[in-house]
Structure formats: C-alpha cells, structure tokens
Write a protein that binds this ligand. Structure first.
Ligand SMILES: *Cc1c(COP(=O)(O)O)cnc(C)c1O
Length: 368
C-alpha cells in the first residue's frame, strides 16, 4: 500500500530537487504561445497548444501523486472527454454508470453515440454482477456522485480485463490521496481537479493518468489536436493548491468521519450515507480499497423544502453545486434531476474547525 504521508512530504519538495542557485522556489507562470525555435523542431517547446512549462510543473505534482504519467486538462470533463475519445472507436460499446456524474452520460448520448459508439447504462451497485463481455470501455465512478455507492475496483478491473476491455475510473470524489485505482488494476484514472485538489472554489481543472504509454500518447494527441487546453495561470493555481491538498484533505475527511455519526443520530435526518458508518452498505468494501472515507456525506431529509431550509439555515454552508472546497457546501441534488430522493442533500465538508461547524449544522437541523 502507498505510504501517503511520505508522498505528501515529497510533494512539497519535488520542484526543489530540480532547482539551481537563484531559481524561484515557486514555479514561474510562463505566458507563451511561441517559443524561440530556430532550425529543426523537437526536444524543446514548439508551440503553446502542445507544450507549456507551467502545465508541466503541475503535471509533475499530479504524476507524483498518481505514480503514473499525468496530463492536465482545463476541466474534469475535458479530461474525461480526452480519455473517452482516445480509447473508443466506432462499433465499440461503452458502459457508464446510470447514477454517476450526469455530464458523462450527456457526453455519451450527445456525441459518442452519434459516432457509432453503443452506450450502455447500469447503476453503480450493479457493476458487481459482472457481464462485461463485448464492452470496450467500462467507465466507473466510486464512490459514485452523489449516491456514494462503491464498486469493488480490484475485482471489477480484473473482470473487465478478462473480458478484453479497459477500465476508466473517475477518482474525483477521493483524489489520489484517498484511493489509488491504478494500483487496484485500473487502466486509466480521470479526475476533476476543480474539486478538492483545487479546493478554493476559484478554478476548474482536470487530469488523466495512466501507466500505458501508448494510451497516454493518444490522450496527449487529443489535447493537442482538439485544442481544449488549460491556461498557464489556471495551471499555476492548481500547482499552488496541490501543495496544501494533503492538509486540507486530511482535515476534511477527519471532520466528515467525526460528524457522520452525529448527523446519522439527528432526528431530522432520515438517512445518512458515509462509508465510515458501520451500518453503511459500502462500509466493508471502503475499508479494503479506500485510504480514508472521504469528505462527502449523503443526507436524506424529509422533503425538498426541509432540505432547502437546512441548507439556507446554516451559516457555515454555502448553497452551491460542486464540492471539495475549503468552505463546507451543500446541495439538493434532485434539482439537477439526479435519481435521488427530493430531500437528498450532498454535503461537502470543508476546512472549518470541527466543533463550530457541528454547532452550526446542529442548530440548523434542530430548527427544522
Ligand atoms: C465535477 C465532476 C466532474 C466534472 O468536472 P468539471 O471540472 O466540472 O468539468 C466529473 N466527475 C465527477 C465525479 C465530478 O464530481
């Protein structure tokens, strides 16, 4: 198993190992579309759509965290699109979760199916049943967003490989510090770094990581020719954020674990989902494949109005879509059409000190 604390310590000194006297400790932001390129090209940056030193600084950190080559994209969906366009061909079958992040299904329905890819949907909980024969790419989200169901990564990746397909794992909810799909047999990891890795609700970014060099070459080519590329400043912002990710992630996960049983016990909460809870359907599997239980909590309140009153009534909750920021946030997911109860709230625990946060959550719940 990966030594995550050592990885976090190394992360802070990765760039330091490459410096010479007088270099800035923080990476410079390189604003460049053109590079000095006399004679034959090759071996040096050639053009800004293909080569970017600030992306490379951030990719250096991501690839350290993933223990695999990583490529940066301007959003999580940019990364997911790259992974799917780099791996699928006309006539292929793509399996996506019916209860995962909805834009993946939208990408499949709006664009991939028109190019001759057959789209199959299944609930996350049904991935355990197998049946991957004839499927080229199996897209997995675990824990699923927002339902927080798990897929057994080691068993599923092995079954998909046995059936001749590849697995693409969306690791957004856990980050490489909380779950390591490549070590559990996954072919490709994709993630939205807009969430906890960015962490300050001010930047969108994403990445693809894989240990398959030919596959990564196709992902890189997709980025270069499709042209959806990160801006240097945004890449730099993610670099800055990644340096505090271990600290923020540890705090967020520890607070979520401490508050989950208290939330579960509150009379206003009909159902509380967090994999740390002994009665959670995902509890045992989480212990075998996740390094922590994450910072997302699923809460089911009586109805939509009660859920909205809870979110609005807590001064330490931002009512916002997305998650993983330093500010705790919450959202009633049914407002986007997710197949969840009308009173289901996805709670993203932030970096507020634990007891003041609990006091504010409890007060809002008590008032319902
Ligand atoms: C947010 C999210 C995405 C999309 O990421 P963006 O950065 O918003 O493009 C993909 N997958 C999951 C699980 C997400 O939560």
């Amino acid at each position: 198993m990966t030594d995550t604390p050592t990885k976090a310590a190394e992360l802070l000194h990765l760039r330091g190992q490459t410096l010479t006297k007088g270099d800035p400790i923080a990476p410079p932001i390189t604003m460049a579309s053109m590079y000095h390129l006399p004679g034959e090209p090759g071996g040096v940056p050639g053009y800004g759509r293909a080569d970017q030193p600030t992306w490379e600084a951030t990719e250096h950190l991501l690839s350290h965290l993933e223990d695999a080559p990583a490529l940066l994209f301007p959003s999580g969906m940019g990364a997911i699109s790259a992974a799917l366009f780099a791996t699928l061909h006309a006539g292929d079958k793509l399996l996506v979760p019916s209860d995962g992040y909805y834009n993946v299904r939208k990408l499949a329905d709006l664009f991939l199916s028109g190019l001759g890819v057959e789209i199959i949907e299944r609930p996350t909980a049904a991935f355990a049943e197998g049946g991957f024969e004839g499927i080229s790419v199996v897209f997995i989200e675990t824990p699923s967003n927002p339902g927080l169901d798990l897929v057994d990564l080691a068993a599923t990746c092995e079954a998909v490989r046995g059936a001749g397909g590849i697995t693409v794992i969306d690791n957004t909810t856990m980050t490489p510090l909380g779950q390591r799909p490549l070590e559990l047999g996954a072919d490709v990891v994709v993630a939205s770094d807009t969430k906890a890795p960015g962490g300050h609700s001010d930047n969108l970014m994403g990445h693809v990581a894989s240990r398959d060099p030919a596959l990564m070459e196709r992902v890189r080519s997709w980025r270069t020719v499709a042209g959806g590329i990160p801006g240097p400043f945004e890449a730099w912002l993610l670099h800055r954020s990644l340096e505090t990710l271990p600290l923020r992630f540890a705090t967020m996960c520890a607070t979520a674990k401490a508050l989950a049983p208290r939330l579960a016990a509150h009379p206003a909460i009909a159902l509380c989902r967090h994999t740390s809870l002994p009665g959670d359907p995902s509890h045992n599997l989480a212990a075998t494949q996740m390094e922590t239980n994450g910072f997302l909590i699923g809460l089911t309140l009586k109805d939509a109005a009660t859920a909205e009153a809870f979110i609005d009534g807590c001064p330490f909750l931002r009512p916002a879509t997305s998650f993983g920021g330093v500010h705790s946030s919450a959202e009633r997911r049914a407002r986007w059409g997710d197949e969840v109860a009308p009173g289901f709230v996805r709670l993203s625990i932030g970096c507020e000190p634990q007891e003041p946060l609990w006091a504010a959550l409890k007060e809002a719940l008590d008032r319902l």
